[in-house]
Design a binder for this molecule. Structure first.
Ligand SMILES: NC(=O)c1ccc[n+]([C@@H]2O[C@H](COP(=O)([O-])OP(=O)(O)OC[C@H]3O[C@@H](n4cnc5c(N)ncnc54)[C@H](OP(=O)(O)O)[C@@H]3O)[C@@H](O)[C@H]2O)c1
Length: 363
């Protein structure tokens, strides 16, 4: 019996994980499931999947992870709140099936050091990184020239730049291909999501930022490609359905029967374009942060989280998400943190700076 802890069970990743566990059959059990605000939904899920729940203050969450005999933890928590549970999982030597990209953006190197010490596996669930994880097993690391991740282009892919001034949160939450939580859906519209994924790829796969490329691929069928030294591209193609990377992370290195219907390759032409940096300024800002180092990466993530919350609360226009993030990145940055405590300090400083700029409107 494989036991799984599902952190963020009421969210998109969490619900997909529960559905995959059910699909995998009686050898799999959702042992423990958590949520944050949606307590009634959590209790309902616990009854449906015969799982245990607990109140999600962070101390209890870490203790429950530590004391559980589960084999795998799926981290589907949204935002920086996912960081400490990821560390606790890896410290205990359990497999971390990681959707929470903020963990890697904020502390990827520290997490990998901890995993090397405990023997824990870190398996990416983010569809692009799950694809890169698989693709990189087909070539020697020094033979891989480039990692390419694709982006849908988000809710405003076909909206001209001039019309972005007055777009609303309700419009931004209309994603063309993926069904996801509100924060990541807004991040798709600004491409901050892809920016975070660039930084995630840098730390997860030990690559330089200039070895990573982003292409807009509106059909969301090809999730990532690698290019090897002699110029060949290898792509991973599947339906845009998170149950596939979630299941692969649970069953790794084995494969199980598909959890979702096949994609029809004849349904539409697969196309690629380069993102326009004027329309998606969060993307070049992410490359700048990735080149600059860990403090900039943490700051990019924290400032964006504050900006997106303000946008969703109708307190910040859409185009100012990037302006606020850039203004925080333009402030003097602390030296790269060397411990989890220092990571949290850099994160807190960036949030304070973003809050102050937001309040003063001085950006
Ligand atoms: N959705 C996708 O397709 C997708 C794809 C790739 C990667 N990801 C990544 O996966 C993570 C989750 O995304 P999502 O779309 O599933 O988000 P979501 O639908 O908003 O769900 C977030 C989950 O986290 C819980 N949560 C929120 N704040 C928390 C806190 N402070 N402490 C503990 N739990 C908290 C929520 O609980 P309540 O519901 O009770 O508030 C909910 O269960 C993000 O890092 C995202 O970037 C998502």
């Amino acid at each position: 019996m494989k036991k799984v802890i599902v952190l963020g069970a009421t969210g998109t990743i969490g619900l997909n994980t529960l559905s995959v566990i059910e699909h995998l059959g009686s050898d799999w059990q959702a042992d423990l499931i958590t949520a944050f605000s949606r307590k009634t939904e959590l209790e309902q899920l616990a009854r449906q999947y015969n799982a245990r729940t607990f109140t999600t203050d962070s101390e209890t969450m870490l203790k429950e992870i530590r004391e559980s005999d589960a084999d795998i933890v799926v981290n589907g928590i949204a935002g920086a709140a996912g960081l400490l549970p990821s560390f606790e999982t890896v410290r205990c030597g359990k497999r971390l099936a990681l959707a929470n990209k903020e963990t890697i953006v904020m502390a990827g190197a520290l997490l990998k050091t901890e995993a090397a010490r405990s023997g824990a596996e870190i398996i990416p669930v983010d569809s692009e990184h799950a694809a890169l994880f698989e693709l990189q097993r087909t070539a020697a690391p020094n033979q891989i020239r480039k990692l390419i991740i694709t982006a849908s282009g988000g809710a405003f892919r076909d909206t001209p730049l001039e019309e972005l001034t007055h777009v609303t949160p309700e419009q931004a939450l209309h994603h063309p291909t993926w069904k996801m939580g509100p924060k990541i859906t807004v991040d798709s519209a600004t491409m901050a999501n892809k920016g975070l994924e660039v930084i995630e790829a840098v730390y997860l796969f030990d690559r330089r930022p200039d070895e990573i490329e982003v292409l807009i691929h509106p059909q969301s069928r090809i999730h990532a490609l690698i290019q090897t030294a002699e110029g060949t591209f290898t792509a991973q193609i599947s339906a845009p359905d998170m149950r596939i990377p979630i299941q692969n992370a649970l069953t790794y290195p084995e494969k199980a029967a598909a959890p979702s219907p096949d994609t029809d390759l004849t349904a539409e032409a697969l196309t690629f374009t380069r993102p326009d940096p004027r329309k998606y300024p969060m993307l070049p800002l992410a490359f700048r942060a990735a080149k600059s180092g860990l403090s900039a990466a943490i700051t990019y993530n924290a400032a964006n989280e504050i900006a997106v919350a303000a946008f969703l609360g109708h307190r910040l226009p859409f185009l100012s998400i990037a302006r606020l993030t850039e203004a925080v990145l333009n402030k003097p940055l602390p030296p790269a943190p060397a411990s989890l405590e220092e990571v949290l300090t850099v994160d807190a400083c960036a949030r304070t700076a973003a809050d102050q700029l937001l309040a003063s409107k001085a950006f």
